[in-house]
Design a protein. Structure first.
Length: 522
């Protein structure tokens, strides 16, 4: 793509703060900047707002004891994120309940807290819970946001912030991708080039630009640069192509956490035009301090040799489920578990849907996984076999090896102990009753955690740890999660980081007095 130069002789229009990306982080940054006196423009690349935020379950992590939350974050990130960022995040989490109650004054949203400890048994895990937007009067997600196929209550949260953006009169422009940041002589950010129905425009940002444009789930070139595992299928939005990473790198930004993404394993739709992977069914996470699992898992995963190779039920499967697939065999010159296979018997097939599509895209036809998994057999996502021998033939493995694998698994189920991979006993379900059903599974990415490095003020830092003047980021772009993720943490990060960035940006002195005069006149 031919990009405009990083410099602009003139600006087509001016705002105090330009926020790039209209998901939760962008909304929070725009609202906070507006409430601190800034004239704000909120732009979104896609025709429908919400990004991947709207696809989420909608539970935000909060904790009222910042010291305990800090301890948990320090353990979960294992030295990959500076303590001052953990401190700022923990303090911001303690403010979220009151913040959401203020947002709810606009539309009467019902805010509730749900008891749910942290995913891992680190110190402070018992100080955490979930905040959810349970309902909004008159709002129906299926009717009002038909383009958003979410896990649960993500659309409720987006409706609440969208109502607040509209209530404040913040200008929003959809189908307006940011192309490149505009800088001054000192590499200070002065605006952004955008393309819209108005054509190519230079938008001046008198105080700052806040990048909230998500990660690089749909950027195959960045996958290949930073991840060994491939291919990894995106599951949520075609719009997250690493735009913020590229724009910040153009100004010398350092990068962090690029290897870490929130992902698991899932299916490919047989229609090559369907642009998303389909995650396997979302099961409950383990609860520290109690009997770990709370759901029976109907499947086992097999490599292409017909043998199990992993514990299929991680403490937080949706974050680390892909990691056992990330093994390259240099002798075979391939990833032996990409694809792998999941196998259930007829009883397991009937337990619940094995997959769920979650995405935000009005141009993609709705796909809802069937309750009994039989539609997926008709589509070819799952294949049926009447015997172990037929199952072995379907996946191209030795029937004796496969029979030994199933026998060993079923004996482990009877004993309630998985000595091979330590899968929790409560989750174990036999695979013994024909017909059998098998599907190829691939690594999938829900969202990336990497991107430009930022400090506790959400300022983007260069390779020497210095702030790039007037450039901020929030949300998934350059997230703080560098080792293990906390469920609901990205959503909280959107609001905590967005508020910090919007507030700080609005309080900067304008870089150009002439621009200030033009802004006042407009």
């Amino acid at each position: 793509m031919n990009l405009p130069d990083r410099y602009a002789e003139r600006f087509d229009e001016y705002f105090d703060v330009v926020v790039v990306g209209y998901g939760f982080a962008g909304a929070a940054a725009a609202i906070e900047a507006h409430d601190h006196g800034a004239r704000v423009l909120l732009i979104e690349k896609m025709a429908a707002p919400g990004g991947i935020s709207i696809c989420a379950g909608g539970g935000l992590r909060i904790g009222n004891d910042p010291d305990k939350v800090f301890a948990y974050l320090e353990a979960a990130n294992a030295g990959t994120t500076p303590p001052e960022i953990h401190r700022a995040f923990a303090a911001g989490m303690a403010e979220l309940k009151a913040y959401f109650e203020r947002l709810a004054e606009v539309d009467g949203a019902r805010i509730v807290l749900r008891e749910r400890e942290g995913n891992y048994p680190f110190a402070g895990h018992d100080s955490l819970c979930f905040l959810e937007v349970e309902s909004i009067p008159g709002f129906d997600a299926g009717r009002d946001y038909p383009h958003a196929h979410s896990l649960r209550a993500g659309p409720n949260v987006f409706k609440l912030v969208d109502d607040n953006v509209r209530h404040r009169g913040i200008e929003v422009r959809l189908s307006t991708p940011a192309l490149r940041l505009i800088t001054g002589p000192a590499n200070d950010v002065r605006g952004v080039w955008v393309r819209s129905t108005r054509g190519l425009q230079a938008i001046g940002a008198r105080r700052a630009v806040v990048l909230c444009c998500g990660g690089f789930e749909n950027a195959a070139d960045l996958h290949s640069q930073f991840w060994q595992l491939r291919p990894v299928l995106p599951v949520a939005s075609r719009g997250n192509t690493g735009d913020g990473v590229r724009m910040a790198q153009d100004l010398g930004a350092a990068l962090w956490h690029m290897w870490h993404y929130h992902g698991s394993y899932g299916f490919r739709h047989p229609d090559p035009a369907f642009p998303f992977g389909i995650r396997m069914k979302r099961l409950p996470d383990w609860t520290p301090g109690s009997t770990p699992p709370r759901a029976r898992m109907s499947w086992i995963a097999l490599g292409r040799d017909g043998r199990r190779f992993m514990n299929e039920y991680h403490p937080y499967l949706q974050d680390t489920g892909h990691r056992p697939l990330d093994q390259y065999d240099p002798a075979l010159q391939r990833f032996p578990y990409v694809p792998a296979y999941v196998v259930v018997d007829d009883a397991g097939r009937g337990m619940y849907p094995l997959g769920k599509a979650t995405f935000n895209d009005p141009d993609v036809e709705i796909y809802s996984w069937s309750d009994d998994n039989l539609r997926e057999v008709e589509l070819g996502i799952l294949r049926r076999a009447e015997s172990v021998e037929a199952l072995a033939a379907l996946i191209g493995v030795d029937a004796a090896v496969l029979r030994a694998t199933l026998t060993r698994w079923n004996e482990a189920c009877a004993a309630g102990v998985d000595t091979d991979f330590q899968r929790p006993g409560e989750t174990m379900v036999p695979v013994a009753t024909p017909p059998f059903f098998v599907g190829e599974i691939w690594p999938v990415v829900s969202n990336t955690q990497g991107g430009p490095v930022h400090n506790a003020r959400q300022q983007v830092l260069n390779a020497f740890g210095e702030p790039i003047p007037r450039l901020y980021e929030a949300g998934e772009l350059g997230g703080m999660w560098g080792f293990l993720y906390l469920s609901g943490g990205n959503l909280s990060e959107c609001f905590v980081g967005g508020r910090i960035a919007g507030r700080d940006a609005a309080q900067l002195a304008p870089w150009n007095a002439t621009a200030a005069a033009k802004n006042a006149a407009s």
